[in-house]
Every structure is written in C-alpha cells, then in structure tokens.
Design a binder for this molecule. Structure first.
Ligand code: RB5
Length: 146
C-alpha cells in the first residue's frame, strides 16, 4: 500500500507523528509537506495530495490541518475522493467498512498523537465490506460523474 501524507502549518506536528508511525509499520509513503512553521493554505497541500490518490499514484491519503475540516472539504472536491474526517477509532473502522474512504483527515488541535496513531492503524487495516455499502458508494460516484 502506498500512502500520501500532507498537512498545513496547523497539522505539522501530528503529521510528523504519523510519518513516524508509517515508517515503524514499513508502509511506503510520501510526505508532500508543508513541513513548515509559517502559515500556509491547506488547499495548496490537500488538493494536490487528493489528485494523486484520485489518479491512482497512491492507494490512500492522510491529510492533517488544525481541525481536519478544511482538508476534508478541499479533498472532497476532487473527483474520486472519499475523504473522511475522523477523530475516533469507531469511525475510522466504520468509514472504511461502509464508505470505502480513500483519504483520512484529522485535526491536530482536536486530538492527541496517541489517538491519532490508533485511528491511522485502524483506518489502514480495515477493508471495505462491499455489498449494500457498494451500492450506496456507487450512488455517490454516479452523482459525481453525472
Ligand atoms: C489554520 O489556522 C486552520 O484554519 C487550518 O489548519 C484548518 O483547521 C482549517 O480547516
């Protein structure tokens, strides 16, 4: 599995924590920044990351900003992206099983590193259930394509 990781200045510390986790787990990833202390704009990182998931270069993407909300809004504008804003382990599992989310967004100002690590591990390790959920995801994709 190949993962793309991005953050704005509001998510930089949590992003580094998640990069460490991916390294520990031997998961292939690319960190596209910002790796910055200065204020930047989350769409400048979230949208390019989402495009690289949508075009198949990466299987999954993880986006972090202050709240996770801006990144979620931006990523979900990219066709083919199902970005889930998640701050608990139950939702991390459910959004993979039910929504086949291909991007995860989190807020560094909302949760701590321990919970974020559990969320990422759960989200990366849970499969889509398909079945009735595939029908529902398909309706969203149909709307997006028409
Ligand atoms: C930056 O201050 C903050 O607005 C951003 O990280 C994010 O929370 C936006 O949704």
């Amino acid at each position: 599995m190949k993962v793309i990781l991005a953050s704005d200045h509001g998510g930089i510390h949590l992003s580094k924590e998640i990069a460490s986790l991916l390294e520990e787990q031997n998961i292939e990833y690319e960190d596209i920044g910002c790796n910055c202390a200065d204020s930047v704009d989350y769409p400048d990182y979230g949208i390019p990351a989402a495009e690289r998931v949508a075009n198949g270069e990466f299987d999954r993407g993880i986006l972090i900003c202050g709240t996770g909300i801006g990144m979620s809004i931006a990523a979900n504008k990219v066709k083919g992206i199902r970005a889930a804003l998640v701050h608990d382990v139950f939702s991390a599992k459910a959004t993979r099983e039910h929504n086949d989310s291909n991007m995860l967004t989190m807020g560094e100002r909302v949760i701590g590193p321990g919970l974020a690590r559990e969320i990422v591990q759960t989200w990366l390790g849970t499969d889509f259930q398909g079945g009735r959920h595939a029908n529902r995801v398909g309706k969203v994709t149909d709307y997006e394509n028409n």
